[in-house]
Design a protein around this ligand. Structure first.
Ligand SMILES: [Zn+2]
Length: 480
């Protein structure tokens, strides 16, 4: 798929999950799992006469996010009302920020992403704060076939950051990489825990040459954004190929069926009748506060990756992958302090560790490994106590069962063997068990790998496979 002329922009809604209370009232934020409509008050239910009071901590976290995304912070923040009727919105307007008649918290930023070894800058148009609406629950299989709708206002009024990019991405993969990077930044800032259900929802817009802009609403996960966009490219190209028109509209992503369905023709901004909310006075942001927040920013993924490259001489792609998970990056540095072999430790973490937890449906941090155990394992390999093959097996036991590699090596007798007589005995055994493979190996050097594999199986990985190969080659020559 040539992505050159596709244009993709994202509107990312992220709950500030690390706050104690909602954006304009004191209802707690831990609404998940509570009985429906119990985590509410007159303000977040939009009852007449109830007045919003802005959560100062939410403003600070939003400023922090804007700064981390390289935005300019507006000196005055204004909340506006966005009017529309929808059952999840009891006031019939949403308190949000709008550039036209107010001022969002941050504007004109960027996120740098790395795709196939190349760096690319995706511009951030704005970062603003708004209230989350309630939650509509569609019983049945899908939004389209549902016979009725239930409404739960527990979520109503949760602080939501909206991060809007320019349409700078040219492939679904780039969109995914951008979201992974954003997820990491928010994790480092302790703004949002995106592993919580519904903490991130994405509207993706996409246009392909010859068609109008399509918006896909409310996509619930990063991988679904990639899937939905890939689906749209195929769908729109097919329409154009048949001579049809791709008209501007809003579509819904049906994750179960893996398709998008039409919801409505796109509204225009003037339909929302934005105006500044008279209940919320403009908020002046002193430059001293911005400076203070800037100074308190933690080391962010890009900075950390640069430091890892300089300090530990890690290859760039390894450093960039390592920093995508804060816990993994911290884990790495702790392990390196115990046993200094940054390259081997980093490589175990981004290959063996990540693939193992993915395969077992775990998330980073949900495993039983510790920096001490990984450091011990690498130390045993470096000192020649165990072979790389044995180490590979042990890694999974460390991650999944939390075994201590030293104890396990002793228990199973996995110490690497240097005994040449033992090696020769096994090689000769294998030769007599697989005479046909021996004949093959004499003519075809590639067939030697099979013989090595059989010897390694017999010794349970305790021999050095390079030495086994040398010995097999020598023995083959004797037999010619
Ligand atoms: Zn409330």
């Amino acid at each position: 798929m040539s992505g050159e002329s596709v244009r993709i922009g994202l509107e990312i809604h992220v709950q500030i999950t690390t706050l104690k209370s909602k954006l304009f009232c004191s209802c707690p934020t831990d609404y998940r799992g509570k009985p429906a409509n119990t985590n509410v008050c007159p303000v977040c239910l939009g009852l007449p006469g109830a007045l919003p009071v802005v959560n100062e901590e939410a403003i600070k976290k939003a400023i922090m996010t804007a700064l981390a995304l390289n935005c300019k912070v507006n000196p005055v923040i204004i909340f506006s009302r966005k009017h529309y009727f929808y059952p999840d919105l009891p006031k019939n307007y949403q308190i949000t920020q709008y550039a036209g008649v107010g001022a969002p918290i941050g504007v004109d930023g960027y996120i740098d992403i790395y795709c196939e070894g190349k760096s690319k800058r995706v511009r951030i148009k704005r970062v603003h704060l708004e209230e989350d609406p309630g939650r509509l629950v569609y019983p049945g299989k899908s939004i389209v076939s549902s016979p009725y709708v239930l409404i739960d206002y527990n979520r109503s009024g949760i602080a939501l950051l909206e991060i809007v990019t320019e349409p700078d991405m040219t492939s679904p993969r780039e969109a995914r990489i951008l979201l992974d990077k954003l997820r990491a930044i928010l994790e480092y800032l302790e703004v949002s825990d995106l592993t919580l259900e519904g903490a991130m929802r994405v509207d993706a817009n996409i246009s392909i040459p010859g068609g109008e802009r399509i918006e896909i609403k409310n996509i619930g996960s990063i991988s679904d954004v990639e899937r939905a966009l890939a689906y749209e490219i195929v769908r729109q190209r097919e329409i154009l190929r048949k001579g049809g028109r791709v008209k501007r509209e809003t579509r819904h992503w049906d994750s179960l069926r893996g398709v998008t369905v039409s919801l409505r023709e796109k509204e225009e901004e003037e339909d929302y009748r934005y105006f500044p909310d008279p209940d919320l006075p403009p908020i002046v942001v002193p430059s001293s506060l911005v400076e203070e927040i800037k100074a308190s920013l933690p080391e962010l993924p890009d900075q950390k990756a640069r430091r890892f490259i300089e300090q530990y001489s890690l290859p760039e792609h390894i450093a960039r992958t390592l920093v995508l998970y804060r816990r993994l990056a911290e884990f790495f540095e702790e392990a390196v302090k115990i046993h200094y072999n940054p390259k081997r430790i980093a490589s175990i973490l981004i290959t063996d560790y990540l693939s193992c937890i993915k395969r077992h449906g775990l998330r980073v941090g949900e495993d039983k490994a510790t920096p001490e155990k990984i450091a011990k394992l690498v130390k045993m390999v470096d000192e020649g106590t165990i072979s790389v093959n044995v180490a590979k097996e042990l890694i999974f036991k460390i991650i999944l069962d939390g075994v201590d590699p030293e104890v396990e090596v002793k228990r199973l007798g996995l110490t690497q063997v240097e005994d040449l007589n033992y090696m020769l005995k096994l090689v000769r055994e294998v030769f007599s068990e697989y005479p046909k493979a021996v004949e093959d190996a004499k003519r075809n050097p590639r067939a030697i790998n099979f013989l090595i594999g059989m010897v390694m199986r017999k010794c349970r990985g305790r021999l050095d496979p390079r030495k086994v190969r040398d010995l097999i080659v020598k023995e083959l020559k004797l037999k010619v």
